[in-house]
Design a binder for this molecule. Structure first.
Ligand code: G3P
Length: 212
């Protein structure tokens, strides 16, 4: 499972990179709008820092305008992936970008049907939002499993990118299911490295050593 950082903050990207476990970054308009300064400069910095894919979302809702944005975005860096909302206009955009050989990430995916359409249109990734499904009382992880079954049934190459990840159990479940990729906020990445027995064991080693 590829691990991406879900952040538009360059310091967070650097912190995650230092741990050697991050293979890409996903941003969205909400994350980028929290950052101070020129958003294009921020995106360029992130793309320089990370060798892998960096998803940046279009903010238009109509396909021609999305395509115009995408043309600008791909000029920023070669590792940009165009994040496109899962709408009818978004599907047209994904299809056209696919024809042009540009990688896309279909975002705001909440059902296997949406994921299948995005894959048919040529999306490189689909991003089912696990946490937001859980928030409304549905089982987000079941949607990941269903999408993976559908993709396997038809041998589709679109990658399932588990998104809207809120805690370490989401991460574990996605890994058990064999999701292609997951995007996680920095606090979740830090939590993944922790275990109380590690802390207790380390304290004992330190104490034994100090009192030898
Ligand atoms: O990658 C999508 C993600 O940023 C959405 O997360 O926590 O806003 O639902 P969240």
């Amino acid at each position: 499972m590829k691990i991406f950082l879900d952040s538009a903050n360059i310091d967070q990207v650097r912190q995650a990179k230092a741990l050697g476990t991050i293979e890409g970054v996903t941003t969205n308009p909400s994350l980028l709008s929290k950052e101070k300064g020129d958003w294009k400069k921020i995106v360029r910095q992130i793309c320089k820092e990370i060798d892998g894919p960096v998803s940046v979302e279009v903010i238009s809702t109509e396909s021609q305008a999305m395509l115009a944005e995408a043309r600008d975005l791909v000029k920023i860096a070669p590792n940009i992936v165009i994040k496109v909302p899962m709408t009818l206009e978004g599907l047209k955009t994904i299809s056209e970008l696919h024809n042009q050989g540009i990688d896309t990430n279909a975002t705001l995916v909440f059902s296997p049907n949406q994921a299948l359409l995005a894959a048919k249109a040529g999306a490189t990734y689909v991003s089912p939002f696990i946490g937001r499904l859980d928030d409304i009382g549905q089982d987000g992880m079941q949607v990941i499993q269903d999408i993976m079954t559908v993709f396997r049934n038809y041998d589709l190459s679109t990658q399932v990118l588990a998104a809207s990840i809120r805690h370490t159990n989401h991460f574990f479940q996605a890994a058990i299911l064999g999701a292609d990729a997951i995007t996680i906020p920095l606090p979740v990445l830090f939590d993944l490295a922790k275990h109380p027995l590690t802390d207790i064991g380390l304290a004992k080693f330190m104490n034994d050593w100090a009192t030898r």
